[in-house]
Design a protein around this ligand. Sequence first.
Ligand code: NAI
Ligand code: MG
Length: 379
Amino acid sequence: MAPIAMRPVNEPAAFPDGYAVRPERKNTYKIAQIGADGIGPEVINAGVQVVHAVAKKVGMFKVDFTELDWSSDRYKKSGSYVPADYLDILKQHDAIFFGAVGAPDVPDHISLWGLRLAICQPYMYANVRRTKVLPGTTSPLSNLKPGDLDWCIIRENSEGEYAGHGGRSHRGLEHEIGTEVTIFTRTGIRRIARYAFQVAQSRPRKHLTYVTKSNAMRNGMVLWDEVIKEVAKEFPDVTMDSMLVDAMTVRMTLDPQSLDTILATNLHADILSDLAAALAGSIGIAPTANIDPSRTMPSMFEPIHGSAFDITGMGISNPVGTFWTACEMLDWLGEHEASKILMKAVEQTCADGIKTRDLGGKADTQEVTDAVIERIRAL
Ligand code: NAI
Ligand code: MG
């Protein structure tokens, strides 16, 4: 597939979610389904059920899921998480619907790099993490109500602190060395900044806060500041402010209403988005989208939680994070109506008190799934 040219960046966002290249509407979307490890297959199975239900409700398209067994089990049997031609296999799909990777008997850096980063790092340079307090969920911040914390965090997803550069030498000796080299490139900063500004421009408040640490990190982070200020000139209708990452944790907690779209590096946004999920009430409800804005490769959608060994196989995992993830996937595919219906059904289910134990309810995974499907049909 030939790469699709980027839309000129100063052209106003042509569709509501600010994505860089328009989706192509299809009668059938092909989705790669990778449940992977722990509770991943369980929540993804629940997600597949609601996507079929909402597609049927809208009646304009079908979704064809291909189940791939890429997981820690595959790694333990064959020595590899993915087959050699895995990128070619993924390219035959419109999107990737991903559960979680990580097993108690495989080191986390092997599982993460073997599967999740192998898929996301080459092309999906924008990681998008939305937050909102859902009905029926209680934020630990006592003054917040449903609908608050409506943030969109844009995380640089391909370089920075997680570029994978570094090494170890003098192994086992007292003066053993381990380096983890942070990489920032002008190209990498510019493209993520343009994407973040487009998202900010598409949201009602048109405000972007970018996060940095350019007091202590005087090279790469100063380049980050400079490039973002250059890109800002292309978006005169978006207001902007900046924060040092340590002060940002305080602002998120004490002045959350002052934030809207947030741009940060790979490491900083990784941490800030877990804080955002916790402030919104639970890690079990938060979605992530790993986006290739050029649409050269299918983008990957996943709940932010991990494989949760402590509740694997018990049938009690919260599927809401995966349902919200499915909304993000439908939006990316251009199926905005289906996305809205599904989100509405999820919010109604939560408001009606049908929720899993992590949110203080009694329902199991399938009961929440059935309740959402019932509400999709009734809407
Ligand atoms: P985790 O997110 O798997 O679990 C943290 C806590 O939250 C656990 O008590 C768990 O039961 C609970 N929890 C998570 N998701 C839930 C859900 N949907 N419903 C109800 N409760 C839920 O994080 P942890 O324990 O640090 O990591 C476990 C494994 O997952 C590790 O191997 C880690 O590397 C991996 N991981 C993978 C991620 C991914 O694939 N994107 C992300 C985070 C962790
Ligand atoms: Mg994380």
